[in-house]
Write a protein that binds this ligand. Structure first.
Ligand code: PLP
Length: 554
């Protein structure tokens, strides 16, 4: 291996300069690099950067701000077009790490910035990086006991803790099930998408019987005398439920989007009529009704208690998608917003959202500890019948021991520590909405129930015209507003200091269709009212630069 190496040399990655005659892949080198840094220089580089990342992540990221115009996506993709794997090493570990720090990290997105309020991905407490590192170092596989031992036991305990947070069953119940070999209170997944998929998988098999897993949908539906199976969710439902419809053979067009009321919550009257009609036709199986606890776009919570009433009386599986809002249960002040969740047959939650875990981690919970028997799979080399292996009732095969991260974090923070962040998010979002409302240039479109809100810029001149416009004129004015708000979001993103996202929500004032809105998600405890006011100030400045003339319709 190279004895001399300039660690500052971080040349472009192309095939011309990557040939390094000093580096060869041989057994001696492999032995040197497999178990520890190959030499003192390499060790020093690693320690230096790891220390920066492990203890100064915040400073590190702040000095490396993300998506800017500094380099275009096209320029960036042109740097990564080489598709040959070099037979011999191109670089020493030391210089690979140095490349990551100097060339890749600065071009990643600084999701930890308090000004990054557009998505459900944001800052995590610094100790999460340590916990993730330890999980990687232990490299346990919780698919089975033989590759994880205590980590599987800890996973069952953490699952019971969160199950208890949701369902509040008594101590005897949890003593029976926490380490039970036969029953499961839930499962860890890769995220909310797979958690929802698992819940729908269980619901489908529960309704159609075990035969559906063996013979498939056609045979199972015929046996049941139904021609169609449906899942009902409001228009604000997450698209992962559509994927579940596709994967489970239900058909994603049979994941039916129910209307919402003016607060973006499930319209209960329409839901009841829809269920009645579907059940009356005698040919349709209603596999599940999904309530949302924290809708992705608006943060709104469906009337979970009323939905539970409706489902329980009709033998319909009631699932609550709490991928976003689940951890609100940790807040004494706001947990009542999720009232009714304890009556759900299943609940999904994300670890990497408001549990502030690193990417990626999700969970699904079932009220009935026997529910997951519907999806049990065994094999002779792992997951033998009668074993406690967590891989038996799981969508995934091999899995990392993410439960250790959640378990540790719950110990480090306590439910009150989490509640501080949850309460801050909700209260800051409410104050932000008040600030928006009070400014001439903006209107709130969906007020925050949790910590997500949508709004848009409406210059007073357009606002005044909207009030007096007929339907056609309103369309023209709203088309103008769509362009304006797209321009604001894009320009702000490209300027690189702040980030809000955008989506389309309908109906907004004076429009039947879905309209462009700016969306902000307040989950970073460092995001303050002052930060949000700066974001609005910048948006007002950007708005002044929008060149399209305001339509004059009067
Ligand atoms: C984020 C989210 C999901 C999907 O979760 P992933 O972790 O992105 O797979 C599902 N439902 C809701 C309500 C969400 O907010």
């Amino acid at each position: 291996m190279a004895v001399t190496h300039n660690s500052k040399e971080v040349g472009q990655m192309n095939s011309n300069d990557r040939k390094n005659p000093n580096l060869i892949a041989d057994w001696k080198t492999l032995e040197r690099i497999f178990i520890r840094p190959e030499d003192e220089a390499c060790r020093k580089t690693l320690v230096k950067y790891m220390e920066q990342i492990l203890f100064g992540l915040h400073d590190f990221l702040n000095s490396n701000v993300g998506v800017t115009q500094e380099i275009s996506l096209l320029e960036l993709t042109n740097l990564y077009r080489d598709t040959l794997i070099s037979p011999d090493p191109e670089k020493k570990l030391e210089s690979v790490i140095s490349d990551i720090i100097h060339k890749i990290a600065p071009r990643a997105v600084n999701v930890a910035s308090p000004y990054f309020v557009g998505h459900m991905t944001a800052a995590i407490p610094f100790f999460m990086v340590h916990l993730k590192t330890i999980v990687a170092a232990l490299n346990q596989n919780v698919i089975k006991l033989e590759t994880s031992k205590v980590l599987s036991v800890i996973e069952k305990q953490v699952l019971a803790k969160i199950h208890r947070l949701i369902y509040r069953r008594d101590e005897t119940f949890y003593q029976t099930h926490v380490q039970s070999v036969d029953t499961s209170l839930g499962a860890f997944t890769t995220g909310g998408t797979t958690a929802n998929l698992m819940a729908m998988w269980v619901a489908r098999n529960h309704f159609l019987g075990a035969g559906v897993e063996q013979q498939g949908m056609a045979a199972a539906m015929q046996a049941k005398g139904v021609e169609r199976a449906v899942i009902l969710v409001s228009r604000r439902g997450h698209y992962s439920l559509k994927k579940a419809g596709g994967i489970l053979g239900i058909g994603n067009s049979n994941v039916l989007a129910m209307d919402v009321d003016q607060h973006q919550r499930m319209d209960m009257k329409k839901l009841e009529i829809a269920i009645q009609n579907l059940q009356n036709d005698g040919k349709t199986a209603v596999l599940a009704v999904v309530g949302i606890a924290g809708a992705t776009e608006t943060g709104t919570v469906d009337p979970l208690g009323q939905m539970a009433d409706l489902c329980l009386g009709r033998g319909i599986h009631f699932h609550v998608d709490a991928a976003w809002g689940g951890p609100v249960l940790l807040s004494e002040r706001y947990a009542p917003l999720l009232k009714g969740i304890e009556r759900a047959d299943s609940v999904s939650m994300d670890g990497h959202k408001q549990f502030y875990m690193p990417m990626t981690s999700g969970m699904v919970y079932f009220r009935d500890p026997g529910a997951m028997d519907q999806i049990a799979y065994y094999s002779n080399y792992v997951n033998r019948e009668g074993s406690v292996d967590l891989g038996i009732k799981s969508l995934e095969g091999s899995r990392e021991a993410n439960a250790l991260i959640l378990d540790s974090s719950l110990k480090i923070m306590g439910s009150r520590g989490y509640a501080l962040m949850i309460d801050h998010g909700i209260e800051t979002a409410k104050a932000f909405a008040a600030e928006i409302q009070q400014r001439d240039m903006f209107e709130v479109v969906t007020a925050p129930e949790l910590n997500i809100l949508t709004y848009r810029m409406v210059p007073p001149e357009v606002g005044r015209q909207l009030e007096h416009a007929d339907a056609t004129e309103q369309e023209i004015l709203n088309d103008y507003l769509d362009e304006l708000n797209i321009y604001i979001q894009r320009t702000q993103r490209e300027a690189g200091k702040s980030f809000v996202s955008r989506t389309r929500i309908g109906p907004v004032f004076g429009s039947e269709g879905a309209r462009v809105v700016l969306r902000s998600v307040i989950m970073n405890p460092m995001t303050t009212g002052a930060v949000l006011r700066e974001i609005l100030d910048e948006q007002e400045r950007i708005g002044q630069g929008f060149c399209d003339p305001i339509p004059q319709i009067l």
